[in-house]
Design a protein around this ligand. Sequence first.
Ligand SMILES: Cc1cc2nc3c(=O)[nH]c(=O)nc-3n(C[C@H](O)[C@H](O)[C@H](O)COP(=O)(O)OP(=O)(O)OC[C@H]3O[C@@H](n4cnc5c(N)ncnc54)[C@H](O)[C@@H]3O)c2cc1C
Length: 313
Amino acid sequence: MADHQIPELLAGTGVEFVRGTATGIDITGRTVAVRTPEGAAELPYDSLVYAIGSSTDTDADAVPGAAEYAETLNSPAAAHHFATRLARLAADGGTVAVCGGGLTGIEAATEIAESHPGLRVTLISRGEPGAMMGRKARAHLHAAFGRLGITLRAGSAITKVPPDGVELADGRHIASDVCLWTTGVRVSALAADSGIAVDGRGLILVDATLRSTSHPEIHAIGDAAAVRQAWGQVSTAPARAASPSPRTPPTRWPAGCAARPSSRSASATSTSPSASAAAMPSSSSRAPTTPRAAGSCTAGPPSPTRRRSAAAR
Ligand SMILES: Cc1cc2nc3c(=O)[nH]c(=O)nc-3n(C[C@H](O)[C@H](O)[C@H](O)COP(=O)(O)OP(=O)(O)OC[C@H]3O[C@@H](n4cnc5c(N)ncnc54)[C@H](O)[C@@H]3O)c2cc1C
């Protein structure tokens, strides 16, 4: 938290930072229950921005051993732990299995291979990695895998993660010293438990302006939103990664989300639970928190994150 200097980032914006965990939303009384280091608090709101993201789900496909033995990038602490293991293994020419051929898996495999040429990296994917990309992009991707010495194991599902590698449905065992899990999306049950309309995964259903379809005073942004696109499709976190996303600011940021004193209390917009939720440290080793972290009404729309991976170069 100190590293992110969130209070300093917010200084002068009119946004007050509350450090805590949102534990419940009373959609009728329009309050958010927050557990803070000082105790429980209840923050009223006129409009609420829900931005509590998502994380990799090692339980998603119920693969035995994934939760026990696979690493994730779900928090700064998890990413730091993984990076430390990689650095140690690199000295011994160890092996790394990256599970999942989506954008996170591709990025992780290429970054690891580039940062640690001493490691042998295998990317394991049920489908073709980058299948959602065009022909030229896929060719570029495969050239990058070759240049970085990444072994590709595509076409078979992972059935088990034992301590010493990964087992595939076709019977292959891929030995690895460390396994990184990048597939599956887990979202908090906070929205569903509060009675906000969600999709099957618990992402808040929103319209094209990111407004909750069930509660117009609530907006969901980032990985916590399921956007109904103009062409009818509902786009969720993984699918969005390669397409225009709800991190893209809404074309019309809702009226009432301009900087203004709250009609109810200072905390309704200034000390909003969304500010506290969104201003927490990023839940992975992703791009540093930017002013987009203050994705509350008072701070305006968030900026999209920009990252380059080794594969993109
Ligand atoms: C390895 C990796 C590489 C990526 N590369 C890219 C890329 O190149 N480009 C790109 O666009 N995206 C990339 N992404 C995805 C991107 O990081 C996410 O889409 C983005 O972080 C989502 O932002 P968010 O604000 O919705 O959620 P998060 O970044 O997950 O932030 C949610 C915040 O809410 C906090 N929180 C959660 N629950 C509560 C609660 N109950 N109370 C209070 N606070 C809470 C969390 O601690 C966290 O700080 C990458 C992801 C990974 C893992």
